[in-house]
Design a protein around this ligand. Sequence first.
Ligand SMILES: *Cc1c(COP(=O)(O)O)cnc(C)c1O
Length: 237
Amino acid sequence: MTEKLFADIEYNLKFIEEQIAKAAQSSGRLREDITFLAATKTVDAQRINFAISKGLRYIGENRVQELMAKYDEYDLKNAQLQFIGSLQTNKVRQIVGKVSLIQSVNSLKLAQEVSKQSQKSGVITDVLIEVNIGNEQSKSGIDKTGLEELLLQVNTLPALKVKGLMCIPPIYDDKTKIIKKFDEMKQLNLDICAKKIDNIDMNILSMGMSSDYYEAILSGANMVRIGSALFGPRLYA
Ligand SMILES: *Cc1c(COP(=O)(O)O)cnc(C)c1O
């Protein structure tokens, strides 16, 4: 059973690597220009570390509690740990210093807390701003229209550094609609870049998951977050 699980992960990893390389090439870039992050929620450390032993270099967790429970087991000599889920202000303290990037900063209040806790720990935390590109009530990102204002507020925080944007688009049956959202994100990234806001980088554009990472890369993503296509369907306890 376990051997089959491992063999599947190894196979999936190779397949995803090939797809990423192809999509990178089709969009005039190199494989190395794209960061492949594995979304590891519900996946045990043994399987995560197996993927790391086969070349995976970035992992991302969604829930602080789960990250803390698995933290001592991750092989972090060979991979970077990031945080990609919605983050409550009162949990920031637990993950600062443990993650190399928080992808889900979506408000001034959260950014202030990340900076405050980072300062306390003597680190600077890299973050992405999560954009609610589909304007969904249920999603936690900042609206497109509020993005610039937020950037102008967080760029003076002493221990937080904005490195780019992240989004989780709405679920559509029609792929052309998802692609439209990816294109909107790329344009947003370019528009913000053109404004040259002090202390704000737009180097990372994190979008695309198991079912649409290929399209996301074609639209300009340089980081994709892939869970089920690598580890199989999630089994919730
Ligand atoms: C779970 C998750 C993913 C990956 O989802 P899959 O569809 O399984 O690839 C990507 N990003 C975030 C924020 C997630 O929570």
